[in-house]
Structure formats: structure tokens, C-alpha cells
Design a protein around this ligand. Sequence first.
Ligand code: BEZ
Length: 240
Amino acid sequence: MEEKQEQQEIFAMPRIGDAAPAFKAVTTQGEINFPADYSGSWVILFSHPADFTPVCTSEFMTFASMEDKFEEANCKLVGLSVDGLYSHIAWLRTIKEKIEYKGMKDIEVTFPLIEDISMEVAKKYGMIQPGEATTKAVRAVFFIDPQGIVRTIIYYPLSLGRNFDELHRVLIALQTADEFGVATPADWRPGDDVIVPPAGSCGTANDRMDSKDEEMTCYDWFFCTKKLDKETVLKAVLKK
Ligand code: BEZ
């Protein structure tokens, strides 16, 4: 019975649209009460397998060097691994004092890094994936909106470093969808055309196909796009 409960805990994970599970934790920046402390901001909660490992080091240097870009878009970063606080502090100090990598040096990680030796938070967020590792978190990324709702979840295995430009693109696309009531097509970047809401939500399919709106292009009744210039997107999403 106990074993079954433990298995359920390990496999529990929030889904898109769920309220982000709440927890209190000790971090390199003091205690946090998540997600309450982040109310009104977007937050990316992400896990890494272990301190003092190469892929994680390359990721932390990259994420920390891009922190301003996320901050501009009203998004805070919060990291987690199942290491302890002193390991986190020593690793981040080593990164700052010793590591020069791909033009990045003297990198100070100022966002909180959660210590989670008990794996309590990692289990709550489904970051322990036993087929990959039972003693480490995989590389999970949770995008949580200003209302505390999980909006996107991305998982990577231990061996694969994340693409932080993609994480930034996801953040801006989510904000654009909210702000303009649109969807974003494959590989969308600010300035590219966006998808207008499907037929039924604004008029009939034929209305859309026959529309004289020069901004709108319909490829078929179910697939219409419109222009949304980069400046308009960035003005709306960057530090409202
Ligand atoms: C790394 O970050 O380099 C790493 C961590 C755990 C397993 C494999 C690689």
C-alpha cells in the first residue's frame, strides 16, 4: 500500500491548465512560497539533474546570461535539483569564478535555485522519471502564468541541453496568444503571421473565406492567418 502511494507520488504531475502545485522551499535566494510569491508574473520553474555536471553548467550559464530577456517579458526563473543548498552555492560560485564558456564568463546566477534533497517538489511536479533516473530530476520546464496556471510543459532527458531561445519563443507566443486572442503557427516568431480564431468563434467559415480584410489570408476554410507586426507584439508583451 505504502509502495503504491510512493509510486503515485512519483508519477503525479500537473497538466496544462492545472493550478501549479503549491510548495514552500529553501533556495539560494532565501525561502520561497510557490507560486504565491510570483503572483502577477510569469514564472518558469525548471529542474536539472545535478550540480557540478557539464550539461547543467552550460544550461545555467546560458539561462543566467539571458535572464534580462525573460525579465523584460515579465517572467521570473526558478531552478531546482535534488542537491542541497551548500552544493548549489558552491557550484554557482564555481561557475562565476572559474568557468568561461562560449564567450560567457563571470556569470552570476541571481535567480533562486531550490534545494530539494527530499525530492518533495520534484515528485509533485513529475520531475523524477524512473525510466531515466530514480535519483535525479530530468530537465523539466514548466511555464506558469501570472494567475498561477500551468500553461506549457516541456521535458528533456538527462543528456540533452535545452534550447533557451526556444523557451523564450514559447513565453512570447503564450503571451501573444493571450493578448491578441490568436494562435501561433509552426516556428512562429514575433512579426510572423498569426492564426485567427477558428470558424464558429467569429462568423462562419464562408465569411472568413470571402473576407475582404487585406490583412487576412485563408488557405482553406479552417486555416486563416493575419498579419501581426513585430512592434505591436513586443509593445504588448514586453513589460506591460
Ligand atoms: C550533465 O548535466 O552533464 C548531466 C547530468 C546528469 C546526467 C548526464 C549529464
